[in-house]
Design a protein around this ligand. Structure first.
Ligand SMILES: NC(=O)c1ccc[n+]([C@@H]2O[C@H](COP(=O)([O-])OP(=O)(O)OC[C@H]3O[C@@H](n4cnc5c(N)ncnc54)[C@H](OP(=O)(O)O)[C@@H]3O)[C@@H](O)[C@H]2O)c1
Ligand SMILES: [Zn+2]
Length: 353
């Protein structure tokens, strides 16, 4: 039995790993349903907001799940306030599963131990700790995040891209692209390292950004401050490629996003309430990408921890379009006391001089 448990748990963990880069900020989960030594159905969590692994496997198994053993990476979940998917512990019991084997307990304080108790109370034999080390390693990021106190706000990094004369956009509102491909690649890496990226609705309307990691790693959760729910249905942040949370003071629904209701505050939604909500969802870090109104709000509220400012060697002055910017030749940077001095020529320098 023990050897079999290990063998089937290995399969459950392998199934779970298919969700890598797709399920964030959820844990990866896989489920193998086994009866009389044979696999009758399997499933895995395919993405944030989609059915859990247990639900996928139970759906495939139908009535054949009765009397089976379910192998899963994490303790099956129970219902808690605000949860969107049904309880897997309940579903396994309802389907008549006889035995449930899992690798590691769910550290989510709403779930921990309660999944186990619910199943035991329904007469299921529950075994935990099979391949526990491997199961924990698989979901190390999730487990680490869940240990974080829900009361802690995320670390806030303000990222700005400015022209040499301090503009964040052309007169027509374009900010694509102030910076070079190399800088944008770096931003892709910062996004992959962050749990969330945050922008104001002004930026969504002006630039329609995807806020993705540009191939530099997993995509962060996308957060939009949008108190009046003006995000267009065709906005690219709603493309379903990563979870999107619209923080709004106006209740409503938007396909491709979760609309989270928050009180109104200065400049739009209440920033402290917004960060409390992100903390409750165990977001450890957020890259705040703008625009200027949002930077200002974070600075005024004293809620920024770090700034990362790109200065592009161009003058945007009264340029209507980004393509009208004056690109400076051979910029040179040096420090002057605490200041940075940048000198550049406005005229092309012949290559052969
Ligand atoms: N160079 C860069 O690095 C960069 C980066 C991003 C954007 N941009 C450019 O910046 C421009 C957009 O910037 P923007 O300043 O107009 O708009 P924004 O900062 O992107 O968004 C501001 C809007 O967000 C909503 N909001 C909700 N809660 C807020 C809060 N607590 N504080 C502030 N705003 C809140 C408000 O609209 P509601 O009242 O409707 O909620 C507010 O009008 C575009 O031209 C874009 O191209 C440049
Ligand atoms: Zn579940």
């Amino acid at each position: 039995m023990k050897g079999d448990d290990i063998r089937w748990m290995r399969l459950a963990l392998k199934l779970a790993a298919r969700g890598r880069r797709r399920v964030f900020p959820n844990p990866m989960a896989g489920c193998a349903l086994v009866r009389d030594g044979r696999l009758i159905a399997s499933g895995w969590h395919r993405g944030y907001g989609l059915p859990h692994a247990e639900a996928e496997a139970l759906k495939l198994a139908g009535p054949r799940a009765r009397g089976a053993t379910a192998y899963v990476a994490l303790e099956p979940c129970v219902l808690f306030p605000g949860k969107k998917t049904p309880s897997c512990a309940q579903a396994l019991a309802d389907a008549g599963v006889a035995r449930v084997v899992y690798a590691a307990g769910d550290p989510n304080p709403f779930v921990a131990g309660r999944g186990r108790r619910l199943m035991s109370a329904r007469g299921i034999e529950v075994v935990s700790g099979v391949l526990e080390r491997e199961g924990r390693a698989l979901n190390a990021d999730f487990l680490e995040r869940m240990r974080r106190p829900a009361s802690r706000r995320p670390r806030i990094i303000l990222k700005m891209a400015l022209s040499l004369d301090g503009r964040a956009a052309s007169l027509s509102g374009e900010s694509r692209w102030i910076t070079s491909g190399a800088s944008r690649k770096l931003v892709g890496r910062w996004r992959a390292e962050s749990d969330a990226v945050l922008v104001g609705i002004g930026t969504v309307l002006a630039d329609d950004p995807k806020l993705a990691s540009r191939g530099m790693g997993r995509n962060p959760v996308r957060v939009v401050l949008d108190s009046r729910l003006r995000t267009p249905r065709r906005a690219r942040v709603l493309d379903g490629r990563a979870p999107t949370w619209i923080l709004s003071s106006k209740p409503g629904r938007l396909p491709g996003a979760e609309v989270i209701a928050l009180p109104k505050g200065r400049g739009g939604v209440d920033l402290r309430a917004a960060l409390r909500e992100l903390g409750r969802r165990r977001i450890r870090s957020a890259l705040v990408e703008g625009g200027p109104a949002v930077w200002r709000s974070f600075l005024e509220a004293g809620l920024a921890d770090e700034v990362r400012v790109f200065i592009a060697p161009k003058l945007l002055g009264g340029a209507r379009r980004m393509s009208d910017a004056l690109v400076l030749q051979k910029p040179a940077l040096r420090k002057s006391g605490p200041d940075f001095l940048i000198r550049a020529s406005l005229w092309p320098v012949p290559a052969n001089r």
